[in-house]
Design a binder for this molecule. Sequence first.
Ligand code: NAD
Ligand code: DAU
Length: 362
Amino acid sequence: MKEQSKILVTGGMGFIGSNFVRSVLGTRPGWQVVNLDALTYAGNPANLKGLGPDAASRHTFVRGDIRDTALLLKLFFTHPFDAVIHFAAESHVDHSILGPAAFVETNVLGSFRLLETARQRWAETGSPSGFRFLHVSTDEVYGDLGPEGAFREDTPYQPSSPYSASKAASDHFVRAYHRTYGLPALVTNCSNNHGPFQFPEKLIPLMILNIVERKPLPVYGQGGNVRDWLYVLDHCEALLRVLESGQPGETYNIGGGAERTNLEVVHHLCDVVDRRLGRSPAQSSRALIQHVTDRPGHDRRYAIDCAKIRRELGWVPGHTFEEGIDATVSWYLENPAWVAHVRSGEYQKWMDQNYGGRDAAG
Ligand code: NAD
Ligand code: DAU
């Protein structure tokens, strides 16, 4: 990437996208960002509030849908993009179980239209070898693991949920566009992120807020499912390395090396939040844990083998699990206005829909 670059970020008002936009504007002073986001329930302009004047002058927000080819063409004609970083997606497994159609629309069809527009413009402008299309994907495409082993870049795809199936489909399209048309595309498959600006439908922010408010802590099944947690800014740093130094056509797995069962995560969050709020051990929030009906098709265990990105691009996570969680908890405790805003509107409806029908797990 050149010192003066213009990049298209899709989904830059979501959780990881907004952290990435902040990272880019903060660390790449010559870069300009065009941020295309449809502002679904998960997209929030408040995630990029408070950028300083220089950063704000290099950020252009466009409200729009990645399925809208006419809009995409207009953007690609107006801006000579040096790279596309594609985050926009429906991202929540539980939502995909209750309503899979939106996942096909955005994650499959939307990704295809973005890819096709990028390819057309890339070809029409002389197929510059420096152009990059970075597709941000998930470790869930690999399915689940038994007690041993970790996902490598050559692990076969075996998605379990409509969400992971839709992400798998988009990954395949991106690789096919590299092989067939030579588009300089890269794919990253990352494990579970946590950090600032994550919508509180996901495990960690949901639990932090419920612990603060002394609400029940709904753990699916027995809570023995394992996830590999990564602090979001470490993911953003890995994405920058892949964008700037990764080999087109390659895939890079990204993970935190921090495997925890869900119950371990919830216990840790109870302890950290209780300590911050000055609660005594007798008032432990662990008592709020409720085991509820499991997620259908729930993957048992994810773990990432990060050897390739470490070896080839020198990336390792900058935060331990405990350091990352401390930062995440601090952010949610210090930003009550952001929390109140995202929990207004559709949020309560989702909570009733997802948790209302779950019984206590046996
Ligand atoms: P998110 O749900 O917080 O944000 C998604 C963003 O995409 C929102 O701002 C939303 O408004 C936007 N969007 C949705 N549909 C759109 C459309 N049709 N057109 C334009 N914009 C649209 O998601 P996230 O957690 O930040 O995840 C970002 C990406 O990273 C996703 O592709 C996801 O699959 C991937 N990923 C997430 C994680 C994780 O732990 N959250 C881990 C690995 C990979
Ligand atoms: O692995 C990467 C993926 O991580 C990303 O691709 C997804 O976009 C992201 O949402 C995340 O998927 P998960 O399904 O793993 O995340 P979630 O936070 O929804 O759930 C984490 C674990 O916690 C999972 O095993 C289900 C469990 N869980 C979740 C919720 C919301 C509970 O036990 N109770 C809950 O209320």
